[in-house]
Write a protein that binds this ligand. Structure first.
Ligand code: ATP
Ligand code: MG
Length: 416
C-alpha cells in the first residue's frame, strides 16, 4: 500500500459547530474504558459532544459522555444510533469487532479503519505486516513461527529449536501478558499449546531484553504525520508499571530508529488516528541491531498517558484532531515525566479488605497529577488509574516518583 493511494479528503468536523438540523458536532467512540474516558475529556474540551457505545452500564467513558449507547458492539441498532449521532467515529480498544467498524464506515468516517484494527487484533497478521515492511521500517520482529495445527506444532518441535526458550502467545485476545506461556523445551511447548486449547498461536523466541519502549504516532486523513519521542516502559508481571518519558531515557540512536520505524509503519498502513508501536531493545551484538518491533495498538496507549501532563498536546488531543480532520501540530514535550500505573492492589489491604491510599500525602508532593478512571471495584491487576510526575529536571522527577511509589506501596520501586 502506498500512502497516497489511500489518503482521502475529509471535510473537517469543526469543534462547536452545528448541522442544519441544529445537531451539535459529535464524536463517537467504540468502547467505554479509560482510554475512551480520556478521549471524551479531550473531545469535550474542544467543545465536541461525545457518544460512547459500550455494553457496561458503569463504564469509565460512559460516565462522562453526553451520550452512552448501552449495547453490544455487534448490535445493528446501537451502531446505527452511533452513526446517526456522530460525524466521525474512533475506537478505544482493539478487540472491537472489525465488522462493526466496517458497518459504521459505510456512512461515517471511521479512524482507524477496520482493516488495520483487524491486523492489530491478530498477532499472526501483525507479524506478517511487520515482516512485510521491515525493509522500510528498518526493524524486524522477534524470530517466530505460527502454530495453528498439530502438523505445525510438530514441524516447530522438529526444526525450530532456535525458537526455544520461547513464549507461546495466542494470536487473538491477548493483553497485559494474558494468553502467554513461557516454554523451554519441545515437550513444554506441546503442553502449553494444549493448555491454550489448541488456539491459533505464535511461538516467539525469548529475547534478552535490556529495555522496552513504545512510540506514539498520529496520522491524519491527508497523510500528515506527527510523533512523540519514544517512552521507555517497565513491565511487572506482564503489565505496564512505569513509563519514563524524558530526554536521555534511552540511547538517542535507538530512540531515533524506533521513532522513524513507527512513523514508517503508520505510513505503510495509510493509518488514520493515533497508533502506538511497542519495541524491545535487545542486548548488543544480537542479530537484530538492538531494536525489535513487538506489537502495535491502533489507539492511544497506556504508555502515552504522560502526554496529558507533560506535553502541550496529548495523545488524546491528537486522536480527536486526527479523526475530525483538524491540523496535527508537532507535539512539544515540555516537562520530564514518569508515569506510575495504579492497579487494584493499591486499594487492597492484602487481607481481602479495602484501604484508601494516602492521597493527601501523595498529592502534597510537587508535580503529581492523579488520574482515576471511575472504576468502582478494585481488583488485583485491574487498571484503576495512573499518577504522572512532572518536574523541572529528571532528578527531581525521580525523587518524587520514588516517594509516591513508596507511599502507594507500588512494586518495581527499583525501576525508578
Ligand atoms: P500488552 O498488550 O499489554 O502490551 P500483551 O499481552 O499483548 O501485552 P506482549 O506485549 O506481547 O503481550 O508481551 C508482554 C510482555 O512480555 C512484554 O512487554 C515483554 O516484557 C515480555 N515479552 C513478550 N515477548 C517477549 C519476547 N519475545 N522476549 C522477551 N520478553 C518478551
Ligand atoms: Mg505489549
Amino acid at each position: 500500500m502506498s500512502a497516497d493511494m489511500h489518503d482521502v479528503a475529509m471535510t473537517p468536523v469543526l469543534p462547536g459547530s452545528e448541522d442544519a438540523a441544529g445537531q451539535q458536532a459529535t464524536l463517537g467512540v467504540m468502547g467505554g474504558g479509560q482510554l475512551g474516558r480520556m478521549f471524551v475529556h479531550a473531545a469535550q474540551r474542544l467543545g465536541y459532544f461525545t457518544a460512547v457505545l459500550e455494553p457496561d452500564a458503569q463504564s469509565p467513558a460512559g460516565q462522562v459522555s453526553h451520550h452512552h449507547i448501552q449495547t453490544d458492539y455487534h448490535d445493528p441498532a446501537g451502531l446505527a444510533q452511533l452513526a446517526q449521532l456522530c460525524q466521525a467515529i474512533t475506537t478505544e480498544f482493539e478487540n472491537v469487532p472489525a465488522q462493526a467498524l466496517q458497518a459504521l464506515a459505510l456512512t461515517r468516517p471511521v479512524a482507524p479503519g477496520a482493516a488495520v484494527v483487524g491486523i492489530a487484533q491478530n498477532r499472526i497478521a501483525e507479524k506478517a505486516l511487520f515482516t512485510a515492511c521491515a525493509d522500510v521500517s528498518g526493524v524486524t520482529c522477534a524470530p517466530y513461527a505460527v502454530i495453528e495445527t498439530l502438523a505445525q506444532l510438530q514441524a516447530v518441535q522438529d526444526d525450530r529449536a532456535d525458537l526455544l526458550p520461547g513464549i507461546l502467545k495466542t494470536a487473538r485476545l491477548g493483553y497485559d501478558g494474558k494468553g502467554q506461556v513461557r516454554v523451554r523445551t519441545a515437550v513444554e511447548l506441546a503442553a502449553a499449546w494444549a493448555e491454550l486449547g489448541g488456539a491459533a498461536c505464535v511461538l516467539e523466541k525469548l529475547l534478552p531484553l535490556t529495555a522496552e519502549c513504545s512510540v506514539l504516532v498520529a496520522r491524519g486523513w491527508d497523510g500528515q504525520v506527527v510523533s512523540f519521542a519514544p517512552q521507555r516502559n517497565v513491565h511487572v508481571d506482564g503489565i505496564l508499571a512505569v513509563t519514563h518519558a524524558y530526554e536521555g531515557n534511552m540511547p538517542p540512536a535507538l530512540a531515533d530508529r524506533a521513532r522513524e520505524a513507527a512513523v514508517s509503519i503508520s505510513q505503510h498502513l495509510s493509518y488514520v488516528g493515533v497508533l502506538c508501536v511497542e519495541f524491545f531493545v535487545v542486548a548488543d551484538g544480537s542479530a537484530h541491531g538492538g531494536l525489535v518491533v513487538n506489537e502495535m495498538a491502533p489507539r492511544p496507549h497506556n504508555s502515552g498517558h504522560y502526554t496529558l501532563d507533560a506535553c502541550d498536546v496529548s495523545q488524546f488531543d491528537l486522536q480527536v484532531r486526527a479523526m475530525a480532520g483538524l491540523p496535527l501540530p508537532p507535539p512539544r514535550h515540555h516537562s520530564p515525566a514518569i508515569m506510575l500505573n495504579l492497579l487494584g492492589e493499591v486499594w487492597l489491604d492484602g487481607n481481602g479488605g479495602r484501604r484508601e491510599p494516602d492521597w493527601p500525602a501523595v498529592l502534597s508532593l510537587p508535580g503529581t497529577h492523579l488520574h482515576l478512571y471511575g472504576k468502582v471495584q478494585a481488583r488485583a491487576g485491574r487498571k484503576m488509574g495512573h499518577l504522572t510526575i512532572t518536574g523541572p529536571d529528571v532528578a527531581r522527577v525521580k525523587t518524587v516518583a520514588r516517594r509516591a511509589a513508596g507511599l502507594l506501596g507500588l512494586p518495581g520501586l527499583d525501576f525508578i
